[in-house]
Design a protein around this ligand. Structure first.
Ligand code: GTP
Ligand code: MG
Length: 326
């Protein structure tokens, strides 16, 4: 064979800031043939912080919230806001299982609007498949590699609770989006079921008093769980859009206050575990002694390890445990 393989070529393009590599990167990461899986692992390895000498510079932002709260409409405005500042944006939207597309849930769901001629914006929708509210495996990988070339990578997921926790494993900054007048996020927050988001966004501020009321309720809920550091931003995403610059400011502020190395390390460990579970299922997890034990093993691994080597370590441990079993 001559010339670099597909992974090496894509890694080079991303390192050179070639944003037009994004579609090919996603195609590779979404392909499940053994050859593509090997190339994907090679791509991740080539762009790992050990090889880069630093963490990927792009900010990975998770935007999550219940169905229909206005996430996609907001992302259209958020992308425009970042573009106005000259920043490039990749958006990875995770669609809920297509099974539900016949129902009313997706009835008036908005598409993320953008200028198709603008090469600095990349948008990809990935089906979550059977994972209810969960992240597709390709999304974790895509977020980490696109952050090498794009200034901002946004992951949109639907749901609250589990999906918010999962997106927090991948993202540097998590924004939970709340619709005025709906109580679920508020209840989760108050009950401490939900990890406190880095930023809370109240959408549809154009609805007026009900939105102000939602702001006050969220502030009260944050106070009750002692999380007064979380910013609550009201936005309206329909013309004339309001609050977008303030939201970008809050996302920036979170990024500036963040221990990026620690957050990314946590993301790589979660990614390795997710890949292991994807491949070996519940039986694999049992062989490791359960999720807690697997997490403990990952926590002991050297911080510089890339995802593939962490996954391989879990696989060796699981194989060893199976071999020892009488
Ligand atoms: N009045 C008003 N309506 C909005 C606003 N933002 C979104 N909407 C409307 O709310 C509905 C849902 O918006 P989407 O952006 O699709 O919501 P979503 O959270 O992405 O929905 P899913 O992807 O299905 O979870 C659409 O009818 C939007 O037009 C807003 O700021 N004000
Ligand atoms: Mg949406």
């Amino acid at each position: 064979m001559s010339g670099p393989g597909p992974a090496a070529a894509l890694a080079r393009r991303l390192l050179d800031g070639d944003l037009t590599a994004a579609p090919a990167v996603l195609n590779l990461l979404e392909t499940t043939t053994p050859a593509a899986r090997a190339a994907a692992a090679e791509l991740l390895g080539a762009l790992s912080p050990t090889r880069l000498g630093r963490e990927a510079p792009g900010q990975v932002i998770g935007v999550t919230g219940p169905p229909g709260v206005g996430k996609s409409t907001l992302l259209s405005e958020l992308a425009a806001g970042y573009r106005a500042r000259g920043q490039s944006v990749a958006i990875l939207a995770v669609d809920p299982s297509s099974k539900r597309s016949g129902g009313s849930l997706l009835g008036d769901r908005a598409r993320i609007r953008h200028d198709p001629a603008d090469r600095q914006v990349f948008i990809r929708s990935t089906a979550a498949g059977e994972r209810l509210g969960g992240l597709a495996p390709a999304t974790r990988a895509a977020a980490s590699v696109l952050a090498v070339a794009f200034d901002v990578v946004v992951i949109e997921t639907v749901g609250v609770g589990q999906s918010e926790t999962e997106v927090a494993e991948v993202a540097d900054t998590v924004a939970v989006v709340v619709q005025p007048g709906s109580g679920d996020v508020l209840q989760f927050l108050k009950a401490g079921i939900m990890e406190t988001p880095d930023v809370l966004v109240v959408t549809k501020a154009d609805l007026g008093r009900v939105a102000q009321r939602a702001m006050a309720d969220l502030h009260a809920a944050l106070r009750s769980v002692g999380a007064t550091g979380t910013q609550v931003i009201a936005v309206s995403s329909i013309p004339p859009a309001t609050g977008i610059d303030k939201l970008i400011g809050a996302l920036d502020a979170h990024r500036d206050s963040l221990d990026l190395a620690a957050r990314r390390l946590r993301a790589r460990r979660a990614h390795a575990l997710a890949d292991f579970i994807e491949e070996h299922g519940a039986a694999g997890l049992r062989a490791l002694g359960g999720r807690r034990a697997a997490e403990a093993q990952l926590a002991d691994a050297d911080a510089g390890r890339d995802v593939a080597s962490l996954t391989a370590e879990l696989e060796r441990a699981a194989a060893g445990a199976r071999a020892r079993r009488p």
